[in-house]
Design a protein around this ligand. Sequence first.
Ligand code: HEC
Length: 401
Amino acid sequence: MEAYLYEWLGLIVRWLHVIFGIAWIGASFYFVWLDNNLQQPPDWKKQQGIKGDLWAIHGGGIYEVAKYQLAPPQMPPHLHWFKWEAYSTWLSGMALMFVVYYLGSPGYLIDPAKADISATTGVLIGLGTVGGVLALYEAMIRSPLADNGKVFGLLLFAILLLVDWALFQVFSGRGAYIHVGAVIGTIMVANVFLGIVPSQRALVSALEAGREPDERVARLAALAKLRSTHNNYLTLPVLFIMISNHYPLLYGHPHGWAILAAIGFITAFARHYFNLRHRNINRPSILAVAGVMTALLVWVIAPSTGNSNARPDAVVDDATVSGIVATHCLACHASAPSHPAFQAAPAGIRLDELSLLKSHGDKVVQTAVLSRYMPLGNTTGMTDQERQQLGQWLEHNRAKP
Ligand code: HEC
């Protein structure tokens, strides 16, 4: 019963996290779009301090949007601050991390073959990394480094690369990926909380007091701009990490950290194309290069087909394979799992019949033969020889398409 309710908790928190995330990223995409589509307003609007004009139709109504150079002559009574979208995404994301990785199934986080650490140590390393990198980022952006956007960007990428690599050495691939995501997401939310919102607040209070925004306000605004540029480039990589837990093909790969770095780089680079285009610079070569890099990545990490070491006559019999699956998989992948953490077969994958094993053949090869993602955390101690036997049996018996 407890495990059953725990599943529901996970479902609800995950659902909320996705909803909040959509609200945040959606608003942020919308404002980027808005800024890039503002038209020159007519003179009578310009005289009121309006610098951009936009008309749109949505949901059965026509909207008139006006962006002021600075602010309207009188502050409106209700000014909406877009900040809770970001905060609630972070709060629900951290809650989800606890539910799934810290309190739920430590097998998602800990891979004894890499580092045989306790769940508590895992949590401390995870949270310590998130907090540590945030502190470093905040120190950097408050230093003279912030005056050189390019160097800052490169350094940030190098730091994230190091974090990615280091986490991959201690955590399971999946655990490492999600923690890189948590580090990036935390930086993004801190950018809102510690930089962008305070800068807006300083601007609003200067205007309310009837003061021209002074140098301090201008400095805060410049830093806020840098922070939102970082958020802009980090958006696509962090969204990728959010869905990456469906792809053991990537995080289960022996060089999973490098794959994550490559995808992060490619997506941020592709984002650059759209950012330039918004400034009326059209450089399709960027998209072409990103496409070529993606194709190269797909090619480089492709599993070698045809096990060249296997003797063609090395036929593994059904009984051996049934035994391997029973020992290493069925505690979880059965219609009524005996493993206390699972109410139903995880990922909907049941392996309690050889026909099912065949039909899931490709995924089984991916997770248990080519990578060591399964059995989760290898708590049953599956050997390389057993993996090879499983692979050979599937090679011979795979349901032909
Ligand atoms: C301790 C429980 C446990 C054991 C033992 C286990 N699995 Fe899994 N398996 C899971 C969980 C949990 C998931 C879902 C993981 C995810 O969503 O990333 C999963 C997912 C899978 C998937 C689907 C991956 C995907 O991309 O959707 C396959 C295939 C799989 N397991 C095969 C196996 C095989 C083969 C074995 C035995 C060699 C095995 N598992 C042993 C818990 C287990």
